[in-house]
Design a protein around this ligand. Structure first.
Ligand code: EPZ
Length: 417
């Protein structure tokens, strides 16, 4: 397993271009199952999760090929409808093939994803909603099976906001007879990107981005070319790194409209943020202040930025409180940050951070995607050398991050173990 080795203390200076959004590309690739010809999906980041989703579609029988930051999917040769455990266990987002498969082929079998480091991650809301569209759901031997001669539109009210649940149902409802209403739907920008892709294919969808989405079923969708939106979480991650290293970084291709909560919190932390026509400039430097964070569904503060902001709070002055409301176990980075000299105490889903720490380099263990990013950021400002182990977590969501940070002046490299 590779590790990332960082010698802290360097300021990040220069330009960095943001890649396509992993959490938009994954549902869009799954949605290509619905098409009656080839889809070409562009601005796709080169990530482990994207490769896993491509492998899954190939396993189903689709013809999948890839180019530079693009994937071509011809779903017409799909002849299997099972997402096997060995693929699903490496990527929970595999569950996104459930909706399209049952909508187009009348059957789907997906290994239950099981939990992961940050929580139990059940899919009960996906299944309950698919049943409301007329699917028969059975669970056995660790697999969920969905069968339906046809799907019929229904009014679905999600018990709580679920991003991939909203995505699965939006895809399934495209082929459900009549009208489907998704209420208490997730409003994340990735939902809008998926809806835009489906609409370009010929779907009839209104309200994506709000908590009520209306889908009118159609009988077929055509293959199209589509460009995935930029990744707001990758952008936010680089913004925090620039701020903490007292750097001066222009974030290019930055989805500014999707970052209001993050920009507001960084500004509150005394980070200077300047808006240019095609970039956001982040200037760290003067005394940063710790800020209270409470994660929430979009447009609230994103849970996928919680760990990164906690690293900032450790070094910034003052006391701060971080409340994680989305996942039950998303503080795995806390013990590792404390080993680097941070002063964080947790009580359930609340963390209290006493700021002003001078972090010191250490060997630390990555546990999940965003915790890894938090440890990298901490290593950039820690004195001495930090080794981040198990960086396969990082590779799931960040393309060549060590090369891009090095290009900004960081003393960072990947060491093959
Ligand atoms: C998506 O996960 C993202 N993944 C996550 O990003 C992100 O953290 C999360 O949304 C929240 O924004 C992708 O888009 C591929 P949820 P998802 O369903 O859809 C509970 C990253 O770092 N829940 O919105 O799985 C669930 O346990 C990843 O890129 C149920 O109880 O999240 C959680 O507590 C990590 N039953 C909460 O709802 C269900 O059926 C929100 O989960 C579904 C969810």
């Amino acid at each position: 397993m590779d590790k990332i080795v960082i010698n802290g203390g360097e300021r990040l200076i220069g330009d960095v271009k943001i890649n396509g959004a992993k959490n938009a590309a994954l549902p869009i690739i799954a949605a290509s199952i619905l098409a009656d010809s080839t889809c070409t999906i562009k601005n796709v980041p080169a990530l482990a999760d994207i490769r896993t989703m491509s492998k899954l579609l190939s396993h189903l029988g689709a013809a999948v090929s890839s180019g530079t930051q693009k994937i071509m999917v011809n779903p017409t040769s799909i002849n299997r409808h099972t997402a096997p455990y060995e693929l699903v266990k490496t990527m929970r987002a595999s569950v996104l093939v459930l909706g399209p498969l049952v909508a187009k082929y009348g059957k789907a079998e997906v290994s239950l994803p099981g939990g992961c480091a940050i929580g139990a991650r059940p899919i009960n809301l996906h299944l309950k909603a698919l049943e409301q569209l007329g699917a028969k759901i059975t669970l056995d031997h660790g697999y969920v099976r969905a069968e339906a001669k046809k799907l019929t539109g229904a009014r679905i009210i999600f018990d709580n906001v679920t991003v991939t649940g909203t995505e699965n149902l939006m895809m399934a409802a495209c082929f459900a007879e009549g009208e489907t209403l998704l209420e208490n739907a997730a409003c994340e920008p990735e939902i809008v990107d998926l809806a835009n892709f489906l609409i370009k294919m010929g779907a009839q969808i209104q309200g994506a981005g709000s908590d009520i989405i209306r889908i009118t079923g159609v009988t077929s969708l055509k293959g199209v070319e589509y460009e995935v939106m930029p990744d707001r979480i990758e952008a936010g991650t680089f913004m925090v790194a620039a701020a903490l290293t007292k750097g001066n970084v222009r974030i290019l291709n930055c989805p500014r409209d999707h970052l209001d909560a993050v920009i507001s919190k960084l500004t509150e932390a005394h980070v200077t943020i300047e808006f240019e026509p095609d970039a956001i400039k982040v200037v760290g430097g003067h005394m940063l202040r710790g800020v209270d964070i409470k994660t929430a569904p979009y447009p609230g503060f994103p849970t996928d930025m919680q760990a990164q902001m906690m690293a900032l709070n450790c070094v910034a002055e003052g006391l701060s409180v971080v409340k994680e409301t989305i996942f039950e176990n998303r503080f795995m980075h806390v013990s590792e940050l404390n080993r680097m000299g941070a002063d964080i105490r947790t009580d359930g889903r609340t963390a209290i951070i006493r700021g002003g720490a001078q972090l010191s380099g250490a060997s630390v263990m990555a546990t999940d995607l965003r915790a890894s990013a938090s440890l990298i950021i901490a290593g950039l400002v820690a004195t001495g050398t930090t080794e981040v182990l198990r960086v396969y977590h990082l590779d799931r969501g960040y393309e060549s991050i060590e090369k891009r940070l090095s290009a900004l002046g960081a003393d960072i490299k990947r060491v093959k173990e």
